[in-house]
Design a protein around this ligand. Structure first.
Ligand SMILES: NC(=O)c1ccc[n+]([C@@H]2O[C@H](COP(=O)([O-])OP(=O)(O)OC[C@H]3O[C@@H](n4cnc5c(N)ncnc54)[C@H](OP(=O)(O)O)[C@@H]3O)[C@@H](O)[C@H]2O)c1
Length: 281
């Protein structure tokens, strides 16, 4: 792992990179597959070893793209995948995990997340996660799209303290969670994994980022990413199927935002002043 990729620490004590690679919308179109594999491989070559996927993406197709990209490099890669809430029962989680492992062509998932809160009692899902962990099928587990109240509920359950991350929508135009979920998580040392960090590409075209971008000889997408990564205990997982975007996102690791930049960004994208419900895409 190159020293340029900064890390943050999971509650387990393990270091994870603050920049990973997302895969939503990959595996949907066979004509784009070769480019998607190439982009993920380029990221790996640059040293971006955290890859985020889910059984939901392209109904398993994204996990197959990941398998192709990581073939021969499994030991270096930190694979994150997710189980759908509709599969979150004891038997459902076990089955879903086996299917993901087959598609990923691996014997273990590094971090397995519940994709969003559903109707299966959380205690049952945690039991299933713990059983998979003890069996070595997953190394860690976590959640996604959990608001502060959901995290409070989780923390009160047996083994709930073993949660390693909460993957949530977070970027310059989605700052609501800074009011309570972010401080709650920071206090407990639970990193947030920021999905859609460039707002699905929209922040790359946002002119309000241009002034700061010009100061760093960078583009708007890179500033949006640098901003997410500068937050303490936050991991950004942009998706890029173009190699040029992968290179740009990697280069964003070198951008050090100044106090002036941060103040300008706060003016353009104000932080929340009251509690808002967690947003989801
Ligand atoms: N847990 C959840 O519920 C949840 C929900 C949404 C997403 N996610 C995860 O988070 C990942 C990232 O979120 P996302 O895919 O929704 O959105 P995103 O990463 O904010 O945006 C992806 C889009 O931005 C473009 N892009 C990437 N880098 C760029 C750059 N440097 N300049 C200009 N455009 C750039 C990509 O284009 P190209 O592909 O053409 O390069 C793609 O169209 C997902 O892939 C998925 O793994 C999780």
């Amino acid at each position: 792992m190159p020293s340029t990729v900064r890390t943050t620490t999971l509650p387990s004590g393990e270091a994870v990179q603050v920049l990973g690679q997302g895969t939503w919308k990959m595996g949907e179109d066979s004509r784009r597959r070769a480019d998607e594999v190439k982009a993920l491989k380029l990221g790996l070559d640059l040293g971006l070893t955290l890859i985020d996927t889910a059984e939901m993406y392209a109904s398993g197709g994204a996990e197959e793209v990941v398998a192709e990209a990581i073939a021969g490099h499994r030991a270096e890669v930190f694979v994150v995948s997710k189980v759908l809430p509709s599969n979150a029962s004891r038997a459902g989680v076990r089955r879903a995990c086996e299917n993901s492992l087959k598609r990923l062509r691996t014997d273990r998932i590094d971090l397995y997340l519940l994709h969003w809160p559903g109707s299966v009692p959380l205690a049952e899902t945690i039991e299933a996660f713990e059983a998979l962990r003890k069996a070595g099928k997953i190394r860690h587990w976590g959640v996604s799209n959990f608001d502060t109240e959901d995290m409070e509920d989780l923390a009160g359950l047996p083994d709930g303290g073993n949660v390693q991350t909460n993957q949530v929508l977070y970027n310059l135009v989605r700052r609501g969670l800074e009011f309570d979920l972010a401080p709650w998580s920071r206090k407990r040392g639970i990193p947030l994994m920021a999905y859609s960090p460039v707002e699905q590409g929209a922040l790359a075209r946002n002119a309000r980022l241009d002034v700061v971008a010009a100061r760093h000889n960078a583009n708007a997408a890179q500033i949006a990413l640098a901003w997410v990564m500068h937050r303490e205990g936050v991991i950004a997982i942009p998706k890029a199927s173009s190699q040029e975007h992968v290179r740009q996102n990697f280069a964003a690791l070198d951008i050090e935002l100044t106090a002036e930049d941060l103040a300008d960004l706060d003016r353009a994208f104000p932080p929340p002043t009251r509690k808002r419900g967690l947003e989801m895409i």
